[in-house]
Design a binder for this molecule. Structure first.
Ligand code: PLP
Length: 438
């Protein structure tokens, strides 16, 4: 266990999404990283089975990104995000638009996935308002969804603990049922059952009036709750119902985007084009905080054309929108994506990864395994309080040299896309050793 002595005082840092009291008694620290590995302060290596928090697609501490950020900070550290802009912001928007599906080609930068979600909500409200439909105020999302932690995203979210403490949030949101059906247990890839769950949206249109609904938010594959790939036909059915009712479809691609599904974005992986897409995380390889909303050109045009000639069209933005250092990191990351063909690598490794993870199905503690692309979850049978077993497993895995994100009883695997087969073997081997004893 790392020594408190090297840490100084632990109490002042109020840790996010963590049991502060437990952690500070028994800290599990990461002091440095390289490639596929994280290292504790005393030099012990942990294989990174979840790319940090789904961010580090190109592996840790990439020199190209560090150098690009350093160069940028010596050239232009900050200019002002409103009424001023720097060249890299334009260059990055154009590069991002090469990865998004046509006609999604207008890119608004923010600093996180949460900000991307709330920004997309405001874009949807404004889009309808300028088109003479200000009554469209209702949002639809899904149980077990995670859309970040700002107030809009908290209201959209469908994970009970993330909502309970804060009321229902401000916007009016209704939640479709999640797609984690018992008959889809242990299925690799997209399950056969559950496309009809998209009809929840049709029922909401009938109950609340389709003309009052602004947008539907879904993660193409629900990630943070523990990998729920969309049933075959499900996303297409949502698209059809949205089109029939003038509702915007928003894909929250914060985890699915940038290769995780074996395609540029979930949109391409599942062959359904939304109206807005949110992204963050792997956009900078996690090296700088950055997110974005990519919009159909028609949405950008409707909003910009509605404003007076010299008027601001979208009263929204952050001091650090398109921050020069974040843009430099993202451009360096996109160079890596292009050069190292990370999306193709993810697609090529996926069958091996999926088979390896599903081989854990024989362990008595394993209740379910779900997987798609380079994302998978091993869900344990609960034992004790909800989430207690997953939490315990995550700690034992750290001690055994493996880092991953756990949610409830699900252990979520999302290794960097530069992983090789031997890394998959190491991850699955460590999981087997620890889970066999749990
Ligand atoms: N949306 C989705 C789908 C996410 O998975 C996350 C984070 O995991 C977010 C939004 C929030 O992103 P951030 O933590 O960068 O605010």
């Amino acid at each position: 266990m790392p020594q408190a002595g090297v840490l100084g005082e632990l109490e002042p840092f109020w840790m996010p999404f963590s049991p502060n009291r437990e952690f500070k008694k028994e800290p599990r620290l990461i002091a440095r990283a390289r490639g596929m590995y994280l290292f504790t302060p005393d030099g012990r290596a942990l294989i990174d089975a979840s790319a940090g928090l789904f961010c580090v697609a190109a592996g840790h501490c990439r020199g190209e990104i560090a150098q690009a950020v350093a160069r940028q900070l010596e050239t232009l550290d900050y200019a002002g995000a409103f009424l001023r802009a720097h060249p890299k912001a334009f260059e990055l928007a154009a590069r991002v638009a090469q990865y998004t599906p046509e006609p999604i080609n207008r890119v608004f930068f923010v600093n996180s996935g949460s900000e991307a979600v709330d920004t997309a909500m405001k874009m949807a409200l404004l889009y309808h308002r300028v088109r003479g439909q200000p009554q469209r105020q209702i949002f639809i999302s899904r149980e077990r969804a995670y859309h970040g932690v700002n107030l809009g995203g908290t209201a959209l979210g469908g994970m009970a603990n993330n909502r309970r403490a804060f009321g229902t949030g401000l916007p009016s949101v209704h939640h479709m049922r999640h797609t984690g059906l018992a008959e889809n247990r242990m299925v690799k890839g997209q399950p056969e059952h559950g496309a009809e769950l998209a009809d929840d949206l049709q029922r909401f249109c009938e109950l609340y009036g389709g003309e009052n609904i602004a947008a539907v938010f879904v993660e193409p594959t629900a990630g943070s709750c523990g990998c729920l790939p969309p049933p075959k036909g499900y996303l297409g059915r949502l698209r059809t119902i949205c089109d029939g009712n003038g509702i915007l479809l928003v894909f929250d691609e914060v985890i699915c985007g940038w290769g995780r599904m074996g395609a540029n974005f979930g949109a391409q992986a599942f062959g359904v084009t939304p109206d807005l897409m949110t992204m963050a995380k792997a956009l900078t390889n996690g090296a700088q905080p950055m997110g974005a909303v990519a919009a159909r050109q028609a949405i950008y045009d409707a909003i910009t054309d509605a404003a007076p000639e010299h008027g601001i069209e979208f009263f929204h933005g952050y001091t650090y929108s398109a921050h020069p250092a974040a843009c430099a990191a993202a451009l360096a990351m996109l160079d890596i994506f292009d050069r190292e063909r990370l999306v193709d690598r993810a697609r090529a490794l996926s069958p091996y990864f999926v088979d390896a993870v599903h081989a854990l199905a024989d362990l008595p503690c394993v209740h379910d395994i779900r997987s798609i692309g380079m994302l998978a979850a091993v869900e344990l049978h609960p034992q004790g309080a909800p989430g207690a077993r997953g939490h315990e497993a995550q700690k034992r895995l750290y001690d055994a040299g493996l880092h991953l994100k756990s949610t409830g009883e699900s252990l979520i695997l999302a290794p960097p896309l530069v992983a090789e087969r031997n890394h998959v073997d190491e991850i699955v081997g460590k999981l087997r050793d620890v889970l066999a004893k749990i």
